[in-house]
Design a protein around this ligand. Structure first.
Ligand SMILES: Cc1cc2nc3c(=O)[nH]c(=O)nc-3n(C[C@H](O)[C@H](O)[C@H](O)COP(=O)(O)O)c2cc1C
Length: 181
């Protein structure tokens, strides 16, 4: 039954929060802003909620946040090399930088992780030498991005046939259909 593959997706995504080396921990995030050019980057999956809302951390001055503010629609790509399992997710991204959220998550970061959100200049600014980087003392630019999926595509390469299933969110339910791989 195609619905079983949804259980597998859930299981693998939730494992990320307990297994540090799980391959889904790093995923590729694609955004498209007003420039209409897809921009890709690797981010760390930090949290997976019961209804599959996915969270990562970032600097609110980064280009991905500019893109998300221009266009909330994002795509994610996750790959599990030993299971030959690819997961594509489409969803809506929301940047959360309210004080309560920041306070809750900021406190869980170690000092090295915190430092990454305190560069004096914005991520992506030109630098003559990597050693010239300077940091802010008090202020930080940490924020969370939450992605609510509305489409997911499961692809497993296997014998005698590959399995490809599309899941589409209709109301609160996930509808599924097999696709030609
Ligand atoms: C292993 C790895 C993990 C990363 N994790 C994050 C992350 O969790 N959040 C983040 O904002 N950037 C992360 N980055 C950096 C991004 O890939 C990207 O270079 C940076 O966020 C700037 O992207 P942007 O200019 O498109 O916003 C990571 C990079 C690598 C190589």
């Amino acid at each position: 039954m195609a619905a079983n593959y949804l259980d597998e997706i859930r299981e693998e995504l939730h494992k990320v929060t307990t297994e540090k080396d799980h391959p889904f921990r790093l995923f590729t995030l694609a955004t498209v802003g007003l420039d209409q050019v897809a921009r890709l980057r690797t981010v760390v999956l930090r949290e997976v909620s019961g209804n599959l809302k996915l969270t990562f951390y970032t600097d609110k001055r980064s280009k991905k946040i500019t893109h998300i503010k221009e266009n909330k629609k994002v795509s994610l790509l996750l790959y599990h090399p030993t299971k030959l399992l690819q997961l594509k997710i489409e969803g809506t991204a929301n940047c959360r930088d309210d004080d309560a959220t920041k306070e809750k998550y900021w406190g869980t970061l170690d000092s090295y992780a915190k430092k990454q959100y305190t560069t004096s200049r914005s991520p992506g600014s030109k630098l003559t030498d990597p050693r010239d980087i300077t940091y802010l003392n008090q202020e930080h630019h940490f924020c969370l991005v939450e992605i609510t999926p509305h489409k997911m595509e499961y692809l497993k390469l296997s014998r005698p046939h590959h399995i490809r299933v599309r899941f589409s969110k209709v109301g609160t339910e996930w509808e599924n259909e097999y696709l030609v791989p």
